[in-house]
Design a protein around this ligand. Structure first.
Ligand code: ADP
Ligand code: MG
Length: 214
């Protein structure tokens, strides 16, 4: 599991995160959504430990894996070699159809295949917590479905998953939702407590927040 307590982060005058509390529990897929620039990547970077918060604390329990927008992929190696170097699971790779491009050099992969390879590498060594930054971007519909199922099953095995996404309708395995807006949490709720779909709850929260500000 991973927990952020009263985490704040500024870049000059820009408030990237303000007093954010977020607890990703074992067995749960926790979705992080918000308009562009709302602080999702900053939050994931802080959760991972790539950057430090200005204030607040991060509690990590167990091994943390991640699939981010700046992938760790080794470009001069083939897909199969990347999988081998990082000790990623071949079954996961096959589920994501990476076996079709095993012999291709990573530098020659399309964006979608890079995202899929990075997702497979994120699960290498079976981390108890996994962080994904917009993992469905550039994926075809078949791969989206398989990745969502994979993520749901991974959480069901007792692991904690935090995922930022623009595709809440595709991510139907989400257990809890956090909506960020200008670095502030404007909605945080278990999805089974919502009276509408998570995607509708997200859009409604943003609309209500903006009309309050106007
Ligand atoms: P999101 O992932 O939701 O699009 P980000 O976390 O990338 O949002 O960005 C949150 C805010 O912080 C934005 O206003 C962005 O411009 C700003 N920001 C992010 N990283 C930096 C940085 N390294 N330097 C300056 N500003 C940054
Ligand atoms: Mg981002």
């Amino acid at each position: 599991m991973i927990e952020l307590r009263k985490v704040s982060k500024r870049y000059g005058d820009t408030v990237a995160l303000h007093d954010v509390d977020l607890h990703v529990r074992r067995g749960e897929v926790h979705a992080l959504v918000g308009p562009n620039g709302s602080g999702k990547t900053t939050l994931l970077d802080i959760a991972l430990g790539r950057i430090a918060p200005d204030s607040g604390e991060v509690v990590r329990d167990g091994k943390v894996g991640c699939a981010f927008q700046k992938p760790r992929i080794l470009d001069d190696l083939t897909v199969a070699e990347n999988i081998s170097v990082f000790g990623a699971d071949k079954g996961v790779a096959e589920t994501l159809r990476l076996d079709r491009v095993y012999d291709r050099r990573a530098s020659a992969l399309s964006g979608g295949f890079r995202k899929k390879l990075d997702a497979a590498l994120a699960l290498a060594g079976e981390p108890e917590t996994v962080l994904f930054d917009e993992p469905l971007d550039e994926l075809d519909d078949v791969s989206k479905r398989r990745l969502v199922e994979l993520v749901g099953e991974y959480a069901d095995e007792g692991n904690a998953v935090l995922v930022s996404t623009h595709n809440l309708d595709d991510f139907d395995c989400v257990d809890r939702l956090t909506v960020l807006y200008d670095g502030v949490v404007i909605l945080q709720e278990a999805t089974d407590e919502l009276d509408v779909t998570p995607h509708e709850a997200y859009l409604r929260a943003v609309e209500e927040h903006e009309s309050r500000d106007a």
